[in-house]
Write a protein that binds this ligand. Sequence first.
Ligand SMILES: Cc1cc2nc3c(=O)[nH]c(=O)nc-3n(C[C@H](O)[C@H](O)[C@H](O)COP(=O)(O)OP(=O)(O)OC[C@H]3O[C@@H](n4cnc5c(N)ncnc54)[C@H](O)[C@@H]3O)c2cc1C
Length: 349
Amino acid sequence: MTLSRTDTALLEDVPGFVRLRVKEVVRETAEASSLVFDVPATLTGTFRYRPGQFLTLRHEVGGEVLFRNYSLASAPGVDADLKVTIKRVTDGRVSNSLLDTVVAGAELLVMPPKGIFCLRQGTVPVVLFAAGSGITPVISILKQLLTSTERKVTLVYANRDPEQIIFREELSRLHERYGARMRLVHRLDSIQSILSAAEVQGYADSATEYYLCGPAPFMATVREGLIQGGVCEVRVFLESFDPVAAEVQPAEAPSEGESARVVLRYKGEEHQIAVGQGETIHAAAARQGLNLPFSCRAAFCGLCIARVTAGSVHLQDNLGGITDAQIAEGLTLTCQALVDSAKASVVFD
Ligand SMILES: Cc1cc2nc3c(=O)[nH]c(=O)nc-3n(C[C@H](O)[C@H](O)[C@H](O)COP(=O)(O)OP(=O)(O)OC[C@H]3O[C@@H](n4cnc5c(N)ncnc54)[C@H](O)[C@@H]3O)c2cc1C
């Protein structure tokens, strides 16, 4: 497919990112707004997604380049446009900056959809547990369940008070339309006590699948209740919004010694990194005090994507965080990248 001049202008030279225009900003609650993206026809293939997946935004705050993931709250075949919904986090750098500065017409650097928090094929009933902004991937999966399957579904959605409920009207409309096989349970801390593991046991059933998204303590409680209620762990699927292990801890040097030297360019500066046998570029950098962007460290979120400009690397694992075409183009995921050559150069931005 040939891209027009306008569309090539949308392809940004930041590795793995595309510049997308925000079509609309929708205020959902006092603390949350949705950004609706205008995806040009030539990029619809690149931005094809499955309910439950997320976009990675590259956003500058006070001169610092930051990366954050936002789940798609839209669903293919149901919503015409891609939409993410961002909830304000106290002192949060990216969430507040996006909510305070992005208006319709703004352009953002966006990585194509990724993620493995997606509906498994089957016919068994589904129970969805969401809390706060955790509703975003969950409502996408809910819309998929209702519009393209016959499966029974229960949504348990927890919030502090009624004003915090995101997509309240959309959920009511879905419930009105699909009420015969959809149960909607709003849990409000201001009215009821916080959801307990004992209460969650009431939803436990060995022939049901469970999808959870919300703050870590909420998911821990739900998971505990389900397991206590006899649900097998393999039927419980979680999406965590929390970054993995807050900061990278410098690790021990690998016992096998150095096997490669990598010149890493990050934030305009060059760093010389010694990489050990079987050590990923990301781990080697962390060991030498360089804190690179990361989130999942399992090759599915794509946050640690970088371009290999010299030498050769291969991925020890890829859970979908990078496509074969991107690898062929010279990109890699540093969290899983092992260096094959004695010397290599890797560029982040
Ligand atoms: C898969 C996924 C989907 C998400 N979907 C949504 C959503 O739909 N809606 C929503 O509102 N939020 C979502 N989040 C949370 C979102 O990505 C941000 O963490 C949130 O907006 C807070 O970011 P902040 O910059 O405002 O807060 P800050 O407090 O500035 O940042 C959060 C904290 O995490 C650290 N941190 C965050 N990301 C990284 C990183 N990549 N590398 C190193 N440290 C990091 C920061 O240093 C800081 O300590 C999702 C997160 C994930 C992982």
